[in-house]
Design a protein around this ligand. Structure first.
Ligand SMILES: *Cc1c(COP(=O)(O)O)cnc(C)c1O
Length: 379
């Protein structure tokens, strides 16, 4: 029958209203109608990022905004402290290297949040470090790093905080201005409920000052140039017009629900997912500091993790994610980020039960679903 369901941590499902907005006839971008649309979107992005600072929209996947942060803020030879506890932490370090910036890696066991004591030690050992870079939510391991505490350390040591909030913004509370974060990046295909193709970067005053001194080569991702254009509702180059029409619709959905409600929903869906997996006797990869965007679960001994994921997808039309790099075959990841409801959680938990049983794991069918129902529908 071919019906499919998407529970991967990006791209995430897209609401019909957003799909329809993107299907509208395209308009030209150098006309008042587009400028009004773009200005409104940029204003509402500030609400989602919880900042008064400008949020810049780039036409790229999320990594483009990460690269823009490095290439605009830093100079070859600069030192950058990097929290490296997963695939995306590694990415910060790789981008730094590509630009001749010297990453000082703070290695964290995959599945654990960074110990702030280690970050303090790194600052003490490298007082010249210009920035600390981390993931508010490390999607590859399902970990939430202590962003508020890390931001405070940055202030204490006079470094800029550069936060990958790609699976945090619009998922849980990361108040940029209140916590004094200098740079926050995100992308369209996660909690923004859009296809891949847009990246966002918000920067505070200290970061905009630092951009003036950045000597890395850059052309397309020139944030100063984009800021000046976008202030007027223009892009420096042709903006992704249809994506921005979709973004208008997704921001309307987020505003209608309200940011606090959005966070509360993600927290509830995430808790129900975690508890249901535990009820099945499974172990979480990140029990200590889980992200509300995605839950990473260890594949039980004797079960083929790759077969589990392909059976869910090919036989039942349900896409979840596996592990990356060293976690390949060892974990599976269920996303509950973006356009996800309580009913969706019952569906994915139930189907995980079914497939685990098919592969030979002893499951009491309904045990996980029952636990999820108890949490989701108790009030
Ligand atoms: C998805 C994601 C990215 C960006 O990946 P792209 O494929 O470039 O969109 C970066 N960091 C985290 C934490 C992510 O989840």
């Amino acid at each position: 029958m071919g019906k499919t369901y998407l529970f991967a941590p990006g791209p995430t499902p897209i609401p019909p209203k957003v799909l329809l907005a993107m299907a509208k006839p395209i308009i030209h971008h150098r006309i008042p109608q587009f400028r009004m649309l773009f200005k409104g979107v940029l204003e509402d992005l500030k609400y989602v990022f919880q900042t008064q600072q400008p949020v810049i929209v780039l036409a790229s996947s999320g990594t483009g905004a990460m690269e823009a942060a490095v290439s605009n803020l830093l100079s070859p030879g600069d030192k950058a402290l990097v929290v490296r506890g997963g695939k995306f932490g590694e990415r910060w370090a790789e981008i730094c290297k590509a630009y001749g910036v010297d990453p000082v890696n703070i290695d964290v066991e995959w599945g654990k949040a960074v110990d702030t004591g280690l970050v303090e030690e790194a600052f003490e050992a490298h007082p010249q470090a210009k920035v600390l870079m981390w993931q508010a939510s490390e999607t590859s391991t399902g970990v939430r790093h202590p962003t508020k505490e890390l931001a405070a350390l940055c202030q204490q040591y006079g470094a800029l905080s550069v936060v990958d909030g790609i699976t945090a913004i619009g998922v849980f509370d990361v108040p940029m201005d209140e916590w004094g974060l200098d740079v926050v990046v995100s992308g369209s295909q996660k909690a923004f409920m859009l296809p891949p193709g847009l990246a966002f970067i918000a920067m505070g005053e200290r970061a905009w000052e630092m951009v003036q001194g950045g000597r890395c080569p850059r052309y397309y991702f020139d944030l100063e140039k984009e800021r000046k254009s976008q202030e007027k509702g223009d892009g420096a180059y042709t903006p992704a017009v249809s994506m921005i029409m979709g973004l208008r619709a997704s921001l309307d959905l987020i505003k209608d629900e309200g940011l606090e409600e959005v966070f509360a929903r993600h927290a509830l869906l995430a808790r129900a997912t975690r508890e249901s997996m535990k009820a099945l006797g499974l172990e979480l990869l990140a029990p200590g500091s889980p992200s509300d965007a995605v839950t990473a679960i260890k594949v039980p001994p004797g079960i083929d993790g790759t077969a589990m994921i392909s059976t869910l997808r090919d036989k039942y039309g349900i896409t979840i994610a596996g592990g990356q790099s060293q976690l390949k075959g060892k974990i599976f990841r269920i996303s509950h980020m973006g356009y996800v409801s309580k009913a969706d959680i019952l569906l994915v938990v139930g189907m995980v039960e079914v497939v685990l049983r098919e592969l030979g794991y002893a499951v009491d069918l309904g045990k996980g679903v029952g636990r999820a129902e108890g949490i989701l529908f108790s009030e």
